[in-house]
Design a protein around this ligand. Sequence first.
Ligand code: NAD
Length: 267
Amino acid sequence: MVELIAFSFTTKGMMNMFDLTGQIALVTGAANGIGKGIAETLTKAGARVMIADVNEEDGKRTAEALGGEFYKLDVTQPEEAERVVEAIVERHGTIDILAANAGIYPEVYIEEMEESDWDVIQSINLKGVFFTAKPVLRVMKERGYGRVILTSSITGDITGYPGGSIYGATKAAILGYMRSTAVEYAKYGITVNAVQPGMIATEGLKKQLAILSEKGAAAVPMKRLGEPEDIGAAVAFFASKEANYITGQSLVIDGGQIIPETPDVIL
Ligand code: NAD
């Protein structure tokens, strides 16, 4: 009897956990990498996913594979973001979930650094988050419901690497933006949280930080790089009704990378 009760609780109660059936999710930078992993995980949880990216070819392919829709979007262009949000709302009536994930992380060393490097990286990683979130938050506020999840990083807030100073500054700044936005929108039923990935095996990591892609796993207690779906799972949690009372928070997903006191303690 006890077993039966436990079983029925498990099937009835647990099966619906993190259920996003019918929800409309907009994911930026979703053609590839972590964004694609987020889009896949949200799709598996039942959401209809809108893939937004500058890369039209890969974006269309990802959208087709997931049964979602592709929207061309350069997150540095606020008018484009407004247009994309308008088009989605016209078609689907609302946006329930925003995963603002598009970002770049080129290595730039201090001695070679120019103001233009700041402008390029900031405009995608930081202003791009604001440009996308602004029209989405307006829609969510009207409806009194929304889940916004930003892709930050362990870099900047917790860790650093040579050539990562601009990148780290933008990713730490995302957390600052997230906390105040969470407070500003809490009364409208909107939560704003962030994920802080460690080293995740993506095309971007291979191209932009080859050394971490090749050797990074040695610095991780779990002895592997993360997969995009590992980040997707955390995003699905923040997007779920179970995370209803969580806002202004960030979650590190890094296989334990930031924990060891010294590299030697990783056996
Ligand atoms: P990626 O290069 O594999 O994919 C990034 C996607 O963003 C691409 O599809 C690209 O076309 C798109 N994109 C780039 N500029 C854009 C723009 N202006 N407008 C719209 N889309 C744009 O990179 P990734 O490794 O998947 O990284 C995704 C996010 O995760 C970034 O914000 C990055 O900072 C963050 N992150 C990555 C790691 C990692 O180890 N891979 C770790 C921490 C945080």
